[in-house]
Ligand binder design. Structure first.
Ligand code: GTP
Ligand code: MG
Length: 190
């Protein structure tokens, strides 16, 4: 995130606490797009927050560390969880830290291949592919938002409208009752 937004990199970056939100103004096909980046925490202690990470997302970037095999192995869990909440959003897989071991770029990675997910070799430290990654992610997110064939999204939209309609009806009903109540009130004692 820092490499893209500030063109900077601090080697001793603190692990993300829960979630960090970044606002960014992009231009896609000559149009201004306001982007919210949600930089989520990978640490296990934030497990209970995961549902909120996927909330209304239009694209996802799943990053693993080429120097820590466990992060590659965990991709499957993150992906499964993502798809429970967002079945159709574009998802990009990223192998990060290639500056630490350029040889990994010769290897092929099965996870993105078997799921046909776009895959990038990246280095946040030296900037390789960072701008391309984020620009492509933004483009995919905009395309998804504009031509969302996501059935779940449509259903959720319907449900949200349904709830609103119901609330309006309830409000109207209670309004009528209030108007009626003076008439219906018991006659004062004589
Ligand atoms: N050499 C190298 N180190 C990197 C690169 N990207 C991140 N690091 C280092 O890897 C460590 C973890 O990076 P973070 O950016 O905190 O990783 P994260 O996925 O955000 O971790 P959480 O916030 O805990 O979810 C830090 O010490 C970074 O300095 C990179 O491209 N190259
Ligand atoms: Mg972080």
């Amino acid at each position: 995130m820092e490499r893209f937004l500030l063109d900077g990199f601090k080697p001793q970056q603190l692990s993300t606490f829960a979630l960090t939100l970044y606002k960014y103004t992009a231009t896609v096909d000559g149009k201004t797009v306001l982007v919210d980046f949600w930089d989520t925490a990978g640490q296990e202690r934030f497990q209970s927050m995961h549902a909120s990470y996927y909330h209304k997302a239009h694209a996802c970037i799943l990053v693993f560390d080429v120097q820590r095999k466990v992060t590659y192995k965990n991709l499957g869990n993150w992906y499964r969880e993502l798809r429970e909440y967002r079945p159709q959003i574009p998802c990009i897989v990223v192998a990060n830290k290639i500056d630490a071991d350029m040889k990994v770029t010769q290897r092929s990675f099965n996870f993105p291949k078997k799921l046909s997910l776009p895959f990038y070799f990246v280095s946040a430290a030296d900037g390789t592919n960072v701008v391309k990654l984020f620009n492509d992610a933004i483009k995919l997110a905009v395309a998804y938002k504009q031509h969302s064939g996501d059935f779940m999204d449509e259903v959720l939209k319907e449900l949200e409208n349904f709830d609103l309609e119901k609330e309006e009806e309830e409000e109207e009903a209670s309004g009528l009752e209030e108007e009626k109540s003076p008439e219906g009130a018991p006659a004062p004692p004589t």
